[in-house]
Design a protein. Structure first.
Ligand code: AMP
Length: 266
């Protein structure tokens, strides 16, 4: 990139940028003298039956948003530039096993491999990621520690629509009817958080029961639930309530799969 001096900040994205990405880019631009964004729809993190080919691509609008957020350097590599003929994969054990990792085999290998490559190309001092993808945060933290990557990670809280739906590039796939139903995910997590805060010493057994109730409620509203659980974001394993634990959820409405999570706070 030919950029020297100061603090280089980095926001890796897959494009189809929205206000969630914008918040990350704005924070990066505020905190770093050289803010850099990448836009790369990474084929390696999509499964064979997933939406790689129909993933939204809106480069012109994306570049405009980057500029408005104060990020003038935008890296838009192609697959050949990132991978060439190389076949090396990074696998982060443990934190990539459950939840998204169980449902999307190979997904986090694709994420870790591309983020490591992007870090090596962009050489940021600080990199920004959204809590929206909490397991991705865990995988990248673990990789940075394991490989001693010289980068500081900043995780930013999820940006939501006014009805609670977390912004996502995939929200545009929702039909009008399903769009109305989608905020139920956030509402359900918020209800569970309240229940837990009323009984902070809740054991894991009762916690499991509460989670099962919420899964059933979502199923009855028309969701196909992959998981809903209370986890420790450092280990991505089920946990009791602690200051760090989060409620995570993944569910399909129609053919659109949504993921979300919240901290458990009053
Ligand atoms: P993606 O383009 O989906 O790979 O996301 C790029 C980055 O933006 C990731 O670090 C995401 O966690 C983050 N992100 C996605 N949606 C949101 C949101 N609604 N609020 C905050 N960050 C987000």
């Amino acid at each position: 990139l030919g950029l020297t001096g100061g603090v280089r900040g980095f926001v890796p994205t897959m494009g189809a940028l929205h206000r969630g990405h914008f918040a990350l880019m704005e924070q990066c631009a505020k905190e770093c003298s050289t803010p850099v964004v990448s836009i790369f729809v990474n084929p390696k993190q999509f499964g064979p039956t997933e939406d790689f080919s129909r993933y939204p691509r809106t480069l012109e609008a994306d570049l405009e948003l980057c500029k408005r957020a104060g990020c003038k350097v935008v890296f838009t590599p192609d697959s050949e530039t990132i991978y060439g003929n190389a076949t090396t994969t990074i696998h982060v054990e443990g934190v990539s096993e459950l939840y998204e990792g169980a449902i999307r085999p190979g997904h986090f290998d694709g994420v870790a491999t591309v983020v490591n490559a992007l870090f090596n190309i962009v050489q940021p001092n600080v990199a920004y990621f959204g809590w929206k993808d909490v397991q991705q945060c865990a995988v990248i933290s673990n990789m940075v520690e394991a490989l001693h990557l010289p980068v500081r990670l900043q995780f930013c809280e999820t940006v939501r629509e006014s009805d609670g739906l977390a912004l996502s590039s995939r929200n545009r796939y929702l039909s009008a009817e399903n769009r109305k139903l989608a905020p139920t995910l956030f509402r359900t997590m918020t209800e569970l958080a309240k229940q837990i805060l009323h009984q902070p010493n809740l054991g894991r057994e009762l916690m499991d029961e509460y989670c099962a109730e919420k899964r059933d409620a979502l199923t009855n509203s028309g969701f196909e639930v992959d998981y809903l659980d209370v986890i420790d974001p450092a280990t991505m394993r089920p946990s009791r309530f602690t200051a760090n634990s989060r409620i995570i959820v993944a569910a399909k409405i129609g053919s659109t799969r949504l993921i979300d999570n919240i901290p458990i706070q009053s």
